[in-house]
Structures are given as structure tokens and as C-alpha cells.
Design a protein around this ligand. Structure first.
Ligand code: ATP
Ligand code: MG
Length: 300
């Protein structure tokens, strides 16, 4: 079954809105003194009875959880269950209608928006690339970054190798008037952009859904390093991410219907096990497609 793993039109419309906000709200300068800033923020994230409505439709209903600093929180749920909406709140792409969101115990509505954006790195479901060089795309939000910084971020994101293979390396033009990149390549550029910010909180929205199995494995390896010491929210469509998470939150129609570790959730009947089984099937059929066509097995 492909249920839940393809974007519907509405989600695409949402993603377009997120892109716009990403462009408008990204910090245009960054303190050189980042260690200091990072040191100040531990990255504890707490939701207290958060409810969000779009019009009169409730897309998040009374959501509460605590993510301790450095923890990995995986979000699992079918399409439209609220995963992107939930994580978008943390970087304040939206504000909650009801309830409170706290970072290190402080209501995020009291945080300066730019400070917050520097501390929350986001890789969107559909990464956005600007019509400029790869270098500027990665250094976006940190325009004073050195070549070494950019190279290091690209290496961590497992993007350096493919970039070196491009006609003009980091100075290859991409985006609307430049070279087309695959979904997986775009995601890796977006991941490098997030890494360069050195955020305390990292949000990976479906960050590895559009890549092939081998790249997925490499990104997983890279991510382990990237995620270390950061509170990470990962919207995971892959078993490996779920297994490694400290907590999995299972979302259904805007509510957290179950939570626990992978092992705990798998040991009892419920939505987790259903989705897990379904995904596992989807996963194997995707493998077959990859073998038959000799291509990357991309879902999109
Ligand atoms: P997917 O797995 O497809 O990415 P998701 O779990 O991330 O789904 P959300 O994108 O958070 O789901 O959407 C949750 C609900 O909110 C859906 O019913 C969606 O249609 C609705 N929604 C999201 N953004 C908006 C918006 N800007 N305006 C109106 N409705 C929205
Ligand atoms: Mg989503």
C-alpha cells in the first residue's frame, strides 16, 4: 500500500507556504559567537496542551510531550496526521492557538524570532533551493561562512561527494535557472544548510524519503553524527530512524495516540504496529522496483 507516503495536493500547498516563511524569516546575519549562543540553549522542548486550527479544522489536538536536551524524537503517523504542523510550531512558522510551547522552560512567544531560528534547524519535506550557487544555498543564513565551514557541513550531510562531481563544484548554479538536482541531492543540500547553523534543535521532516537505499544508509550514518548533542525531531518513514529514537510519538488525526520506544510500541497492538507492518511491505516492494528498473527507487 502506498497509503500515507505520497504527498497530497494540500500538503504541497502547505509546503509552498513553509518555503515562503523560510525565505522571509531566515536570519540574514549570524553571530560569529555561536558557541556562546549554543551553550546558552540546552534544547529542552515542551508542548503543553497544544491545539492548532486551520480555519475551524483542528489539526493538532491537545498535544503534550517533553523532549529532553539531545534526545531524538521520531514522529510517526499517516499523511495529514499533523507531523509537519507539529514541528513547524517549534521554529514558529505558526503559533499555537491554545496551549504553550516552551524551549528550556521559556514560552517561545517570548523568544526573539531570529534567536529562535538560529537554534532550530529545519530540513523541509520539499527542500527549497535558491536560484544561485550550491555554495550560497548552503551558506544561506550564514553568509560569512568560510569555504571550510561549508565543506564540513556538506561532508556531514553526505553532499560533498556529489557536489565535487558537478561541473563547477560548489559554484554550480542550481534552482530555476541552474542545474536540476534530484530530490535526494536537494535534501542533502538543505541538510548541509541546517548543519551550518549548528542548531541546538534540529527538525528533519521526512528528510530521507526521496533517496535510494544506499544513500539512505549513508545519510543515516551521517545523521548520527549530526544529531549528536542536539534535540532532534525526525519525521521518519524508515525503520532505522524509529529504532534509534529515544521516544516515538504516534500521531493520528492531530492527536498523540501512543508513545514510547520502538520496542515498547511494537510489543502492543495499535497504530504503530499497523503502520510499521504497512511500511515494511512498502519498503520491500520499493526494493523490487529499484532492482527491476535499475534506478534509485525514489518514491516521488
Ligand atoms: P504528510 O505525512 O503528508 O507530510 P503531515 O502529518 O505532515 O502529513 P500536516 O501537513 O501537518 O500533516 O497536515 C495536518 C492537517 O492539516 C492536514 O489535514 C492538512 O490538510 C492540514 N493543513 C496543513 N497545513 C494547512 C494549511 N496551511 N491550511 C489548511 N490546512 C492545513
Ligand atoms: Mg508532513
Amino acid at each position: 500500500s502506498q497509503l500515507g507516503f505520497f504527498l497530497n495536493n494540500l500538503t504541497q500547498a502547505t509546503a509552498a507556504g513553509e518555503r515562503l516563511l523560510e525565505i522571509l524569516d531566515y536570519p540574514d546575519t549570524l553571530d560569529r559567537d555561536r558557541e556562546h549562543l549554543t551553550g546558552e540553549i540546552k534544547g529542552r522542548v515542551e508542548f503543553r496542551n497544544v491545539t492548532v486550527r486551520y480555519g475551524n479544522v483542528e489539526v493538532l489536538k491537545n498535544v503534550s510531550f517533553v523532549a529532553e536536551p539531545g534526545e531524538t524524537i521520531a514522529l510517526l503517523g499517516l499523511t495529514g496526521s499533523g507531523k509537519t504542523s507539529l514541528t513547524s510550531l517549534i521554529a514558529r512558522f505558526y503559533d499555537a492557538g491554545e496551549g504553550q510551547i516552551l524551549i528550556d522552560g521559556e514560552d517561545i512567544r517570548h523568544w526573539d524570532r531570529h534567536t529562535l531560528r538560529r537554534q532550530v534547524g529545519v530540513v523541509f519535506q520539499e527542500p527549497f533551493l535558491f536560484s544561485t550557487t550550491i555554495f550560497a544555498n548552503i551558506a544561506y543564513g550564514r553568509p560569512n561562512a568560510s569555504e571550510e565551514d561549508v565543506e564540513r557541513a556538506a561532508t556531514l550531510a553526505d553532499a560533498a561527494e556529489f557536489i565535487h562531481g558537478l561541473p563547477e563544484g560548489y559554484f554550480t548554479l542550481v534552482g530555476e535557472r541552474g542545474m536540476g538536482l534530484s530530490g535526494g541531492q536537494k535534501q542533502r543540500v538543505a541538510l548541509a544548510r541546517a548543519i551550518l547553523l549548528n542548531p541546538s534543535i534540529l527538525i528533519l521532516d521526512d528528510a530521507t524519503s526521496a533517496v535510494d537505499m544506499e544513500t539512505e544508509y549513508q545519510i543515516q550514518q551521517a545523521l548520527q553524527q549530526v544529531m549528536a548533542g542536539r534535540t532532534t525531531f525526525i519525521i521518519a518513514h524508515r525503520i532505522s530512524s524509529l529504532k534509534r529514537a529515544d521516544q516515538v510519538l504516534v500521531l493520528d488525526d492531530g492527536r498523540i495516540v501512543d508513545r514510547g520506544t520502538h520496542d515498547e510500541l511494537l510489543s502492543r497492538p495499535g497504530l504503530y504496529r499497523e503502520i510499521f507492518d504497512m511500511q515494511f511491505q512498502d519498503f520491500s516492494s520499493m526494493n523490487n522496483v529499484a532492482v527491476l528498473t535499475g534506478t534509485s527507487g525514489s518514491r516521488h
